[in-house]
Design a protein around this ligand. Structure first.
Ligand code: NOJ
Length: 727
């Protein structure tokens, strides 16, 4: 009999339920701060999993209690939200997406796993795979943006990066695909609010990233807090048992979200904790995070015959098997046994800097404002996010609070040694924050703004660092008006007006975990660089871009609206029967603004210009089961070497179900020297040209499919060629 079956045979019900329970410790840096009586439960063998513990000493001490002092010596599974780095932080996922580079996503996850493992951890609650089409949602920061193809690619890369070739490696973390599913479609961009999406939207938009994670071998999965059409995901048998386990064959561990099982009561589908526990177990949830519904509710449910021991054993078996796969039974201390060598850290920082530079997006660059001229003598660096090292972390910083990060001012100081930098905050990030410049009194705000404007007078150029603080995005950080917070727009107006009177250029660097609604700034600033949150090396990476050591190449993975009224706005719209036509009143449009976004998906400038020619696809007649290759010639017409991302979108012209006007099916990046031309190739499997038909099953329909190649999701900038799908 194998170890797991033998253990199952020996375990009491309480011990089994312990394996199905996960409890948060405090951030144990100065001493273990386990909630309630967890230390005792670990010894008693009635608690098998922990989250939120940092510090290898404490992790190992908890592990020791489980392994050496509990009756059966079953090791703990200890996890943390390692979303975009552990101590060394990489750009937030939304910015990583902008690099359109699966190898870099994988490497960042691998580096994060290595650091987290050195802290003794074995599980991360990542990647977050929620397609996000509403910038009001603070969790837009955590995923790959609005597109299912892109999110699916990131899903696979992150799973490979976290888990590596084998889970039992001392550098591998079990990954967790979350939040299954359609969490990003919550009502009005408000976290935890109800979701009501069609089965088609599930099949086309929200499920594919999870399917990709399952195909990549993800070890665990977390259902969303939200419901779909009244069925909370934590109790969603059709999607968890039917689609996930049945159709896709996922046999890993399903971990509830924080307290989500108990929240089935608030949802109104369970009367009490026992009811809630029954619903979750029947849906296939193996681990109860923080609700204590399994330990409290399942004994009674078992007694009443509402669940069976076999159902409990199935869950326990999955948890034990994961622990075995992670190598925890053989050597519970394998992670965290060795501190990392310093050279590894230095190399990781080099990667973090280069990667961060690739993730920033140049949104505007009028009259070649950037890169900054080489003869600069004095630079005004203004704004609440200019000297804000800790803010560079962005949301979900893992153990990042224990590591230093480089802000803009620090980065400029290090990289522009001969330039005099003059800095003032101007205003606080929000009007109500405490701090030197943060007094919301009108006079202080005006005083701060006047001081900032005055700094422009004898500067050669102005860098204006604006946006959100790191805690304004992430979980429970929704904004009904996601523009510049507080008095920052007033600051921008005053600074830009003053600078322009003296003929000085203003570069706005924007920090945020989401697209911001900034129509005025986009028009008035001479250059706008979206930093999002770039992590530990943010300041150095931004300096590399500002001085032109690196040409920007990031592309937005989420559409930027002009106005909150346009939200939700994404590129993959359907035509409808009356598409927008300003010459025809009875068409789909606003009276007060165009439908077009401020920046379309894929937008992002560089310091050069690329032109496209000669798009073609071979073969032009495609059969199901084949593949085809699109080619387009791309030329760097400018004066500096740079990287271009080429997108391949399709549009199925006539189909049984109206298809989106553009659907992303491929992307490739190419680096070109000045004057260089290359043919970029993007291969597409014919299977990817199927879509959920009227019966929602993948359908192949003969007929014309337009293939659009080019730099972003704006048809005016794309080149079209047509292929024929053969019956
Ligand atoms: C709640 C969040 O929704 C989830 O993403 C996270 O993994 C857990 N809390 C644990 O921190």
């Amino acid at each position: 009999m194998d170890r797991i079956e033998r253990l199952l045979g020996e375990m009491t019900l309480a011990e089994k339920l312990g394996q199905m329970t996960m409890v948060a410790s405090g951030y144990a840096v100065t001493g273990p701060v386990i909630v309630g009586d967890s230390t005792e439960s670990i010894r008693a063998g009635t608690l098998g999993n922990l989250l939120n513990m940092v510090g290898v000493g404490h992790v190992n001490e908890m592990q020791r209690l489980a392994v050496e002092e509990s009756r059966l010596g079953i090791p703990l599974l200890i996890g943390l939200d390692i979303i975009h780095g552990h101590r060394t932080l990489f750009p937030i996922p939304l910015m990583q997406a902008a690099a359109f580079d699966a190898a870099a996503w994988e490497r960042a996850a691998h580096e994060a796993a290595t650091e987290a493992c050195a802290d003794g951890l074995a599980l991360t609650f990542a990647p977050m795979l929620d397609v996000a089409r509403d910038p009001r949602w603070g969790r837009s920061a955590e995923g790959a943006g609005e597109d299912p193809w892109l999110t699916a690619r990131m899903a696979a890369a992150k799973v490979r990066g976290f888990q590596g070739a084998s889970l039992d490696s001392a550098h591998a973390l079990a990954a967790c695909a979350k939040h299954f599913c359609a969490y990003g479609a919550m009502t009005a961009g408000r976290d935890y609010a109800a979701v009501d999406v069609s089965d088609r939207a599930l099949r086309e938009v929200y499920l594919p990233p999870f399917e990709a994670a399952v195909k990549a071998g993800v070890a665990t999965l977390m259902p969303a807090f939200t419901d779909i059409a009244g069925v909370p995901m934590t109790a969603h048998r059709a999607l968890l048992q039917g689609t996930l386990r049945g159709e896709w064959g996922f046999d890993g561990v399903v971990i509830s979200d924080y307290n989500a099982i108990a929240e089935l009561i608030r949802h109104g589908v369970a009367a009490d904790l026992t009811d809630a526990a029954v619903l979750a177990l029947k849906a296939g949830v193996d681990i109860d995070m923080m609700a204590d519904a399994y330990r409290k509710g399942l004994p009674k449910a078992l007694e009443q015959g509402r669940v069976t021991m076999a159902e409990i054993d199935t869950a326990v078996r999955r948890v034990l098997r994961l622990k075995q796969q992670l190598g925890l039974f053989d050597d519970p201390y394998r992670r965290g046994a060795q501190p990392e060598p310093t050279a590894v850290l230095a190399e990781r920082h080099r990667f973090a800097r280069a990667f961060a530079a690739r993730c920033a997006v140049l949104l505007e660059n009028r009259a070649k404002t950037l890169p900054l001229p080489a003869n600069l003598q004095r630079l005004a660096v203004i704004g609440p996010l200019a000297d804000a090292d800790a803010e560079m972390r962005g949301p979900w910083w893992g153990a990042g609070e224990f590591a230093p990060h480089v802000g803009v001012l620090q980065g400029l100081r290090a990289n522009l040694p001969g330039v005099e930098l003059r800095h003032t905050v101007g205003v606080a990030v929000t009007g109500s924050e405490a701090g030197d410049d943060a007094d919301d009194g009108k006079e202080d705000v005006q005083g701060g703004i006047a001081l900032a404007a005055a700094l422009c007078d004898d500067a050669d150029a102005v860098i204006l660092c604006l946006g959100e603080s790191s805690t304004m995005s992430g979980e429970a950080r929704c904004r009904a008006e996601p523009g510049l917070p507080g008095h920052q727009l007033e600051l921008a107006r005053a600074v830009i007006a003053r600078a322009h009177t003296h003929g000085k250029r203003v570069v706005a660097i924007l920090f945020s975990g989401r697209p911001l609604v900034i129509p005025w700034l986009a028009e008035q600033a001479d250059a706008v660089l979206w930093a999002g949150f770039l992590g530990t090396e943010a300041g150095n990476a931004l300096a590399d871009l500002l001085v032109g050591r690196v040409s920007p190449s990031g592309r937005i993975a989420m559409t930027w609206p002009r106005s909150v009224g346009q939200i939700p706005l994404h590129y993959a719209q359907r035509s409808g029967g009356r598409p927008e036509n300003p010459a025809d009143h009875y068409t789909s449009q606003y009276l007060d603004m165009p439908n077009a976004p401020l920046y379309p998906f894929g937008h992002g400038l560089s310091y050069t210009h690329f032109s496209y020619a000669n798009p073609r696809v071979t073969p032009q007649h495609v059969r199901r089961g084949d593949s085809c290759t699109a080619r387009v010639e791309v030329t760097n017409d400018g004066a500096c070497a740079a990287r271009e991302t080429v997108f391949l979108f399709i549009h199925d012209v006539v189909a049984s179900v109206a298809r989106p006007l553009l659907e992303l099916k491929g992307a490739a990046t190419v680096e070109l020297e000045p004057g260089e031309t290359r043919t970029v190739e993007i291969r597409v499997d014919a299977e990817a040209l199927c879509f959920p038909g009227l019966d929602l099953r993948p359908t192949w329909e003969a007929g014309d499919v337009d293939v659009w190649l080019g730099p972003c999701a704006d048809r005016m900038k794309l080149l079209k060629t047509t292929i024929q799908l053969q019956a």
